[in-house]
Design a protein around this ligand. Structure first.
Ligand SMILES: C[S@@+](CC[C@H](N)C(=O)[O-])C[C@H]1O[C@@H](n2cnc3c(N)ncnc32)[C@H](O)[C@@H]1O
Length: 250
């Protein structure tokens, strides 16, 4: 008997936020770590839709690399329905674009808290540029400098927790924070630690430590009364593209 291992690179669903990219043949540029340019923005993001306007306004001021924009937007599109809530907390937010997308596109989201141990230099510029096309974000968004463990979960309820590429075990801390407040949660893990993971050795051996660790995370959420769904963003943006979405049943 043969069977296939679910692959983190399975992105058969293609681009969902920027659907126009599904007809583009050469996607080598979508993983670019250089700033998006006005030329690229005009070529691929030319419509009047707010998502395209967002890319164009970010291109004007060298705010973020192409990869960061596409990664955040495609992640957001896959999780927004499950995480829709009055308050969204973006842990290990970096530039903070994932959290900001909730402030821009989700009317029901009244508060977005961005948390990181350092304030990224791109964050303020990002906020300034986004406010030009979506001024309503200004009353909703706050950045808090601090570590995940300095963050008071009880003060956050009822909130959803989101985290994109929180390195290694930081992703686990994000899940624990969500479990503590019984909030819905979505993570896109990265930098899977080989030595510190709790995952079954048999699964690590058979499936690789990355997949085994995400299976372990899934069981942890399910045991904490979550229903869990796996999805992914398009692999051409990043191979670290698996997304775990947990909805609290409590
Ligand atoms: C790989 S970056 C991801 C940033 C952003 N979420 C993204 O998708 O681009 C990881 C972030 O975690 C932050 N970080 C590291 N340790 C942290 C901690 N203990 N608490 C909060 N943030 C932390 C770093 O400053 C960095 O911005």
């Amino acid at each position: 008997m043969t069977w296939t291992t679910p692959s983190p690179s399975d992105s058969s669903s293609g681009f969902k936020f920027f659907r126009q990219l599904n007809t583009v043949e050469d996607l080598s540029w979508v993983a670019s770590k250089t700033f998006i340019t006005p030329g690229l923005a005009e070529r691929f993001f030319q419509s009047d839709r707010l998502g395209d306007k967002l890319v164009r306004i970010l291109a004007l001021e060298k705010v973020l690399p192409v990869k960061e924009i596409l990664e955040s937007c495609e992640f957001f599109e896959r999780i927004r329905k499950d995480l829709r809530s009055e308050s969204v907390i973006d842990l290990c937010c970096g530039h903070g674009l994932v959290g900001l997308l909730f402030a821009i596109f989700e009317r029901g989201t009244k508060q977005v808290v961005l948390i990181d141990s350092i304030e990224s230099p791109s964050h303020r510029l990002l906020l300034k540029q986004v406010a030009l096309i979506a001024p309503w974000i200004q009353d909703k968004v706050q950045f808090r400098k601090g570590t995940i463990d300095s963050f008071e979960p009880s003060a956050a309820a009822p909130s959803s927790i989101v985290s994109s590429h929180a390195c290694g075990l930081l992703t686990d801390q994000c899940l624990e924070t969500a479990i503590a407040i019984k909030g819905n949660v979505a993570v896109m893990p990265c930098c899977y630690p080989k030595s510190k993971g709790q995952a079954s050795k048999a699964l690590q051996f058979a499936l690789g430590h990355e997949l085994a660790l995400d299976i372990d995370r899934t069981y942890r959420l399910e045991q904490s009364n979550y229903s869990v769904r796996w999805t992914s963003i398009p692999n051409p943006i990043t191979p670290m593209n698996r997304v775990l979405v947990g909805r609290s049943q409590s």
